[in-house]
Write a protein that binds this ligand. Sequence first.
Ligand SMILES: C[S@@+](CC[C@H](N)C(=O)[O-])C[C@H]1O[C@@H](n2cnc3c(N)ncnc32)[C@H](O)[C@@H]1O
Length: 290
Amino acid sequence: MHIDPSKWDALDRAWTAQLEKAPHHPDAWRIEQMLATAPVQRILLHMLAIQPGWSVLDAGAGFGLLAMELAGQCALNVVGMDIDTGLLDTGRQVAARLDADQWFDHGAALQFVEGDLYDLSSEQARYDFIISRFVYQHLTDPELATDQLVGALKPGGHLCVIDVDDQLGITYPEPSDALERLQHAYAAVQEHRGGDRHVGRKLSTYLDAAGLDVSLTVVLPQAMHVPASVSDPGLAFTLSRLAQTREEIIQDGAMSPQEFDECMEIASAEQVTSRFTLAAQLVVIGTKPG
Ligand SMILES: C[S@@+](CC[C@H](N)C(=O)[O-])C[C@H]1O[C@@H](n2cnc3c(N)ncnc32)[C@H](O)[C@@H]1O
């Protein structure tokens, strides 16, 4: 797949227009985060040996930015699948705008469908390439999902899974005690729901156990220097995400309401100093024996 970077501007403009339509929507921060990290995420596209004409599944597509990027660059049959119909609807609106501008690659087809990674029985041996990004950290049963994804691959097809491992993160200066307590509470809630913020290191084992030949394991670092004069976008996303999870954090007993509110107040009022952050993603590709 040949990547033409000049196409990203129009894609980002379409998403910015979507954001401007509903700036106070509860999902607005997710779109902002997606746009802020898109340049680094797009480095990954250069690693994918996807061929024109392939059927591609973006499993757990969310808003479907990655599905759009693929259909914008190559004549692929792309399906963006997610369990959350609200996110898919937003993706459909943006895709319709891009389609009207003839932004997608000539010969590409893109559709968004509701679906559950735990039951892909209707998708057997359908895809040449399946990609699943930042989904495994939320899965209670990643082994079952992997088996289902492998079933949806054609023989010789490839599964690419991308996810975080929090142990690969560095921040300098260290985050405040208040922010660290909030982040631990958030991670505890995600773990309680069955998720895993250290899933990155386990991905190759999941693919191997599901019978794939693991052909690529790569760490994709995302480093950022935020000057003191600029508000830290990473901190803003983190605070929005924490504010949305307040009730769950309290219900799970990870923090009392007073403790949560005090920590949020301290973290939000924190003096902005220049900051270096590094986060890394694990990218693993496995091939289904032919
Ligand atoms: C953090 S988002 C990642 C979205 C997108 N892949 C990206 O890289 O921006 C995780 C997504 O996984 C979806 N998801 C979680 N469990 C799922 C399941 N069992 N079946 C389908 N989608 C699922 C969620 O609805 C959510 O959209």
